[in-house]
Ligand binder design. Structure first.
Ligand code: AMP
Length: 223
């Protein structure tokens, strides 16, 4: 099964994504996490990407698109969940072209809807577990509140991402996400149009529900 997931930063996209990934045993291909691995490993790609990421801007398409398409080919044979890509119209079209060329299907496209102001507050409360990026912790969401100042899943230390605490950078990221002309919502609607033509299935979820209620609605709609 191959799935794309869209949602603004702060919508719980990562949390829902990791639940779906586990249920269907998919490769979780997360563009932001791949960039962070490169930055952590001090690679050339990481060095180039860092300045854009720190400013809340998109890493240029000529770096991002090949990186994702190569990862899909390398890790995606058994099914994938792609998260954080595509982020704009160019990426959306290039991905669709590549899928056609590789003969890969796209079973579902998931969009988590969340008002911009709600998304911003959630980002500022997000905490990352040093042991596992997929351990959800957020000081503003009761269901995933950390245990004191430790990870609620494993008790590990928690840290914040620098770009999560910078309102200017959050604003820029949301400008890109909520842009329905060329930005991420434009990319999502590109796939919504394809779904209307029967080429994929499009699932819309209200991101203001609890993690469990969103999960149930989502799993009920996936085959
Ligand atoms: P995320 O973890 O998804 O919030 O991504 C963190 C940062 O990585 C973003 O703010 C961008 O700077 C960069 N990034 C992630 N995915 C993409 C993408 N598809 N295209 C360009 N830049 C990206």
């Amino acid at each position: 099964m191959n799935i794309l997931i869209f949602g603004p930063n702060g919508s719980g996209k990562g949390t829902q994504g990791s639940l779906v990934k586990k249920k269907y045993n998919l490769a979780h291909i997360e563009s932001g996490a791949i960039f962070r691995e490169h930055i952590g490993g001090g690679t050339e790609l990481g060095k180039k990407a860092k300045s854009f990421i720190d400013k809340g801007e998109l890493v240029p398409d000529e770096i991002t698109i090949p990186m994702i398409l190569e990862t899909l080919k390398a890790k995606g044979a058994g099914g994938w969940l792609l998260d954080g890509f595509p982020r704009n119209m160019v990426q959306a079209e290039k991905l669709w072209d590549a899928l056609q060329k590789e003969g890969m299907g796209l079973d579902y496209v998931i969009e988590i809807l969340l008002p911009r102001e709600v998304a911003k507050n959630r980002i500022m409360g997000r905490r990352l577990c040093v042991n596992d990026n997929n351990h959800p912790n957020n000081i503003f969401i009761d269901a995933i509140k950390p245990n004191g100042d430790k990870c609620r899943v494993c008790g590990g230390d928690l840290k914040t991402r620098a770009d999560d605490q910078d309102e200017g950078a959050i604003g820029k990221r949301h400008d890109i996400y909520y842009d329905t002309k060329t930005g991420t919502l434009a990319a999502a609607y590109f796939y919504k149009d394809l779904a209307a033509k029967g080429k994929t299935k499009y699932i819309e979820l209200n991101g203001e529900g609890t993690i469990d209620s969103i999960k149930e609605t989502l799993l009920a709609q996936l085959a």
